[in-house]
Design a protein around this ligand. Structure first.
Ligand SMILES: C[S@@+](CC[C@H](N)C(=O)[O-])C[C@H]1O[C@@H](n2cnc3c(N)ncnc32)[C@H](O)[C@@H]1O
Length: 271
């Protein structure tokens, strides 16, 4: 297929999809960041902050003496957050726009790197933004686990999933990035690198299946076509996502973390 890689397959109007992902992933993100030594007064950076639920929560962690910078190419949802004097919303393209050096105690980026063709350079930029001792937490999915659980819809799920991954690949989305995250953080010279992967059984009608349903409906225009799916196949899968008798394993949500060694300046030097 000769499709040009897109910068970002999902347009930022897709807040329903982003909020569905927040319902699924926020609990794990908060538990893992909560286990790091981020203290009041911390400077936190939330990149590609989307609906803003994690940026909002980080404002409590950073406290009134700290700061949370929430960036996105589309900041409408972030600007709707009120009553957070320690929140700075920044319209910012992480690929093109500059970032502070040696500045943050925490950098968090979830479900963003997998979409970016420039993910190597972006990760380097995010690491360079860390102060010595600062943590980076990166989260991306890995679709290796997405196999059917129920007989109902098993064939349909496998077929639509394989075309969906084809479309992702053609659009430049790295749908197996999750497995690479720990090694990528180690390659940046970070220490205390750790990881956790989370999988659930997506049953029709639950938030996991809803995330997939919204995402498939949104991608219909790319999924349907010669050598791809028919509209009827997409419609059938959308129905299955709502059927309580349908189930499949979710992709793995991989969270990986690492910290900038004390005494090490960012590879680019200080600002
Ligand atoms: C799948 S959503 C994830 C949102 C949020 N991080 C979360 O996990 O709930 C991807 C987000 O990245 C943003 N994004 C895409 N390309 C970006 C870029 N080049 N710079 C900054 N944000 C970007 C999108 O606008 C969107 O809000």
């Amino acid at each position: 297929m000769s499709e040009q890689p897109a910068e970002y397959l999902f347009d930022a109007d897709e807040y329903a999809r982003i909020h569905a992902a927040e319902r699924l992933f926020d609990e794990g993100t908060k538990r893992l960041i909560g286990a790091l030594d981020i203290v009041p007064g911390a400077r936190c950076l939330e990149v590609g902050a989307g609906g803003g639920s994690i940026a909002d929560w980080l404002c409590d962690i950073a406290g009134s003496s700290g700061l949370v910078v929430a960036t996105d190419i589309d900041t409408r949802s972030l600007e709707a957050i009120t009553g957070r004097p320690n929140l700075e919303v920044r319209r910012h393209d992480i690929v093109k726009d500059p970032l502070e050096l040696d500045h943050y105690d925490l950098v968090h980026v979830r479900l963003v790197l997998e979409h970016l063709l420039e993910r190597d350079a972006v990760l380097e930029k995010l690491v360079a933004a860390l102060r010595p001792g600062g943590w980076i937490v990166v989260e991306d999915v890995d679709y290796v686990s997405g196999v059917p659980v129920s007989d109902l819809g098993a064939v349909e799920h496998e077929r639509t999933q394989s075309v969906r991954l084809e479309v992702f690949a053609a659009g430049g989305v790295a749908h197996y990035l999750g497995r690479e995250l720990p090694a990528r953080l180690r390659a940046q010279g970070l220490e205390d690198v750790g990881n956790e992967g989370r999988v659930w059984i997506m049953e029709g009608g639950t938030p996991g299946a809803e995330w997939f349903r919204i995402s498939m409906a949104h991608l219909r225009g790319r999924l349907v076509g010669p050598d791809r799916l028919t509209d009827a196949e997409v419609d059938k899968m959308l129905e299955l996502f709502e059927d309580p008798n349908w189930a499949a394993f979710s992709p793995i949500m991989v969270t990986a973390w690492g910290r900038m060694p004390q005494g090490r300046e960012s590879p680019r030097g200080s600002a």
